[in-house]
Design a protein around this ligand. Structure first.
Ligand code: FMN
Length: 385
């Protein structure tokens, strides 16, 4: 199975370690970062969603119109639009990009962040709405006949779209979350299930939960699995570890100065920060239990950001980080997501030095697997006496 690489699209140059020097939507920077991915072996970039951030859909349309090959993963929160409207936006974007769109549905892991844009449902209610929303979007993408809908969250009559995606029967659905409600909805509806990087054993546990949920939903296939990391690479192990410690110091310094991405969650009764989403709670629990796991996973970056999304690092030389990623491939992960702390430089370095090693090793593994299957096919079947 070929492996795919997902990078990050951004409309400005800020990160957890560096203050933004561009406008929040900077056309030149958006294009430069996208081009760095396209020119350095990446398959796709994620346009994330935040309540106050520039709207990722037109930003994605801009990038898709300027580049020829790079695919788009567009994050979308159901609370911000009506599903029939969203289906047309996505179909139009799939047309603009000539079939390069996948939509990442975000349920929202934090009440306060959701309430910023008028969403007062609980997390489990939000997951229920996401499920209904995805089913409507799928139908609107594929139905050439008008249809009605009568559901828990949406009700409409006689809708038919006049714009259909290039990809047939429809673009891919991507989904993330680590709570039981997330597994249930994503297991039923997603083509790609996204996880934040955790130790191998904990990742295996989540893959199993997704498979179980898909089977419980009556599916005969399973979603493809994507796992996300923050690579910290350098020419030697020693330099990579120095860089890792410098990175955590920069995250702490930026936070102490009141900068960096917003913490999503509130303080508990003891005043300590508690994220509301299971995915972030897992990252903090794993970080509290240890700093290093497996070949190269390092958790202080997750601890320093309060488990803010994709935050566990893989530290080492390109060879070490590539081997660590291959461990996840061997576990059943076939989409690897990576984002450095310097968005542009790291997209170039990771693309130049890590991606080729992983692709070559995956090709070898796949060729060996095919040869084994061919040998087994020609093996005479033992005749029972
Ligand atoms: C790969 C990935 C990307 C995500 N991107 C975003 C995003 O751009 N904006 C956002 O608000 N939430 C994002 N999320 C959060 C999830 O969509 C979801 O709302 C949250 O993880 C739910 O929490 P749970 O773990 O309790 O189920 C992302 C999650 C994953 C796994």
């Amino acid at each position: 199975m070929p492996v795919e690489f997902l990078g990050i699209a951004a409309t400005g140059d800020g990160s957890e370690t560096t203050a933004r020097t561009t406008a929040s939507f900077d056309r030149d920077y958006t294009l430069r970062l996208g081009r760095a991915h396209e020119d350095n072996g990446w398959d796709r970039v994620l346009f994330a969603y935040g309540a106050g951030s520039p709207d990722p859909a037109p930003a994605a349309a801009f990038l898709a119109a300027k580049l020829d090959r790079l695919q788009i993963l567009l994050a979308h929160r159901p609370n911000v639009s009506y599903p029939t409207f969203a289906a047309k936006t996505f179909a139009t974007l799939d047309r603009i990009s000539d079939g390069r769109l996948t939509v990442h549905f975000i349920t929202g892991g934090n009440d306060h962040e959701q309430q910023r844009e008028g969403d007062f449902l609980t997390k489990d209610q939000r997951y229920d709405r996401t499920g209904e929303y995805i089913r409507i979007v799928k139908r609107a993408w594929t139905s050439t006949e008008p249809f009605d809908h009568e559901g828990e969250h949406y009700r409409f009559r006689d809708f038919v779209s006049d714009v259909f995606p290039v990809q047939q029967p429809r673009p891919g659905i991507s989904f993330g979350g680590s709570s039981p409600a997330a597994y249930a909805v994503g297991g039923a509806e997603a083509d790609v299930y996204c996880l934040w990087g955790e130790p191998l054993a904990r990742t295996a546990e989540q893959i199993e939960a997704v498979k179980t949920a898909a089977a419980a939903a009556g599916r005969t296939d399973v979603p493809r699995i994507q796992v996300a990391f923050r690579p910290i690479i350098a020419p030697t192990e020693e330099l990579a570890w120095e860089k890792a410690h410098r990175t955590v110091a920069a995250i702490h310094a930026r936070r102490a100065g009141g900068g960096g991405p917003l913490r999503r969650g509130g303080p508990g009764s003891d005043g300590a920060f508690r994220p509301e989403n299971t995915g972030s709670q897992r990252l903090l629990e794993i970080a509290a239990a240890g700093e290093r796991y497996d070949r190269a996973l390092w958790t202080p970056t997750a601890a320093a950001t309060g488990g803010a999304g994709n935050s566990n690092a893989l530290v080492g030389t390109p060879e070490t980080v590539a081997q660590a990623l291959l461990d996840y491939y061997d576990l059943g992960v076939d989409i690897l997501s990576a984002r450095g702390y310097h968005l542009l430089d790291d997209a170039i370095d990771f693309g130049r030095y890590v991606i080729p090693i992983v692709r070559e090793e995956v090709a070898k593994r796949d060729a060996e697997k095919a040869a084994r299957a061919e040998r087994d096919r020609h093996q005479p079947i033992a005749v029972q006496a």
